[in-house]
Design a protein around this ligand. Structure first.
Ligand SMILES: [Ca+2]
Ligand SMILES: [Ca+2]
Length: 422
């Protein structure tokens, strides 16, 4: 019996010595060899010599998923993602041998991705400018998706893990409608396609312009504040928004409009200064903001005096008239040299010119208690010749109410003695 044990040990030693010399080979088998996600994959680790195993392990992408001390070692795997995996088998035995075997498994996605939202960026793509597609696509089995976009005869392709997928389209040289074909794939056997139309617009080079002014420089608390706005764009105005003191007051949308003149009634405001902002957008998304301020219940009333004849002769009728943008006129008073010539609600009156220098003025009073004044100074010409009261030649005194005849001839008139009394 003892003899028998010795023979067995010698044989085992001889066998191990033989294996050590010839080296152990390790094998990994994968079934099925090309699995799909969520299918069951059987991975088996074997070795050409499986006596005296102290450690056997299977790892996938560097992470140990199964280990033991006997061979064959088997692991049932359900891959969730379609991609290439590195599977590694490892053994150690009592003889100090360590062996590794690696193989690659491609898990194939056979279900097509789904396409969600497709957006064109910018919303209004223009000729000769960059146009992008943003595609939301989902595939629970594949992280890497390939997208192909074909416009006309040109196509662009990207492969990415980003979502949404962004593709820069070819530059388009002419405005118009282009058929756009999109294919999203997660593998050779998993593709989805869709088609749409892409509209390319002419270039919009500038944001809208805004020209704004208030109906008047100052308003009363009883008055509606009116803002005049003139807007224009090189292609098309989309909307105008007016904000007062930060709050939206007026909004209007446009279609097929390049320019517009608006008179916006902003309503009544409290005493003080107020801010206004006008925001105009064009149809391509460019916008312009213009800001201003207006005063309520502050400042004099608006009044300007005008005359129809600035160089009158005596006895000419001169018309004095008032220009004002006030809407709450209470009383208008016209003066000549401080004397009232007209008072009431008439916007004009007449004055009969008299020679000399005069100051014509007007005072306008509003129902909310503001007063404005204006004046004009004029010189009325004296166009009548001087009146001669008496005329004396030598000892002869002439008067306007009698006359004397002189015979034709020369009379020694001394210039010193000629006296004209005016
Ligand atoms: Ca899939
Ligand atoms: Ca524009």
């Amino acid at each position: 019996m003892k003899k028998c044990a010795i023979i067995l040990s010698v044989l085992l030693f001889a066998l191990v010595s033989c294996q050590q010399r010839s080296d152990i080979s390790v094998s990994l088998s994968v079934d099925p060899p090309s699995p799909t996600p969520d299918s069951t994959v059987t991975i088996q680790l074997t070795a050409s010599f499986d006596v005296g195993i102290t450690l056997a392990a299977i790892s996938i992408d560097g992470k140990t998923v199964q280990s033991g001390d006997t061979l064959p070692l088997q692991y049932s795997w359900k891959p969730s993602e379609a991609k290439d995996y590195i599977v590694e088998g490892y053994i150690e035995n009592i003889f100090g041998q360590k062996k590794t075997k690696q193989t690659s498994i491609t898990v194939i996605d056979k279900t097509a991705p789904t396409i969600g939202q497709i957006r064109v960026i910018p919303t209004f793509p223009e000729i000769d400018s960059a146009i992008y597609l943003s595609i939301v696509a989902q595939d629970p089995e594949s992280r890497i998706l390939k997208a192909t976009a074909k416009v006309g005869s040109e196509s662009k392709q990207v492969q990415t893990i980003d979502n949404p997928i962004i593709i820069e389209l070819p530059i388009l040289r002419q405005e118009g409608e282009y058929p756009l074909d999109i294919v999203i794939s997660s593998g050779d056997f998993a593709k989805v396609a869709t088609s749409t139309m892409l509209t390319v617009y002419p270039n919009d080079l500038s944001p809208p312009t805004i020209d704004m002014n208030f109906q008047k420089s100052s308003f009363s608390t009883e008055e509606n504040v009116v803002l005049n706005i003139k807007i224009e764009d090189d292609t098309e105005i989309s909307s105008v928004l007016v904000e007062c003191d930060g709050a939206e007051k007026y909004v209007k949308s446009f279609t097929k409009t390049k320019s517009a003149d608006l008179s916006v009634n902003l309503g009544k405001f409290d005493l003080g200064f107020h801010s206004v902002s006008v925001i105009v957008k064009d149809i391509r998304g460019k916008s312009t903001i213009s800001s201003g301020a207006f005063a309520v219940g502050i400042g004099p009333a608006d009044v300007k005096l005008q005359i129809d004849n600035s160089n009158p002769s005596p006895a000419d009728l001169v018309e004095l008239s008032v220009q004002t943008d006030e809407t709450l006129v209470k009383q208008i008073t016209f003066y000549v040299d401080g004397t009232i010539i007209s008072q009431g609600t008439a916007f004009s009156c007449c004055w009969k010119a008299v020679s000399g220098r005069h100051v014509l003025s007007v005072s306008l009073e509003t129902t909310d208690g503001r007063i404005g004044t204006d004046c004009i100074q004029i010189d009325v010409q004296d166009n009548k010749p001087p009146k001669i009261d008496s005329f004396k030649i030598g000892n002869t005194q002439l008067k306007t109410d009698d006359f004397i005849s002189f015979s034709a001839g020369y009379y020694g008139i001394d210039s010193q003695s000629v006296m004209i009394q005016l």
